[in-house]
Design a protein around this ligand. Structure first.
Ligand code: SF4
Ligand code: SF4
Length: 65
């Protein structure tokens, strides 16, 4: 599994990055034309713990195959 970010919903708060137990962390913030957004920088490290999904205040993350 790996996180998929809905960029329309993501408000760039960064809450999903530090909660990830993987090392290196799966998610990272990226500057985009629409402001900072979360992205799956290391998707292969995801252990599907759901912490990022729970941390997101706007339900922008879902886990996908
Ligand atoms: S589900 Fe867990 S391991 Fe996967 S990206 Fe989210 S916080 Fe990290
Ligand atoms: S927690 Fe949600 S809104 Fe905040 S940066 Fe991550 S995906 Fe975007």
């Amino acid at each position: 599994m790996k996180p998929q970010i809905d960029l329309e919903k993501c408000i760039g708060c960064g809450a999903c990055v530090p909660v990830c137990p993987a090392e290196p962390k799966v998610l990272a913030m990226e500057e985009t034309g629409a402001g900072p957004k979360s992205k799956a920088a290391n998707p292969q490290n995801c252990i599907a713990c759901n912490a990022c999904v729970s941390a997101c205040p706007v339900q922008a993350i879902k886990l996908v195959e």
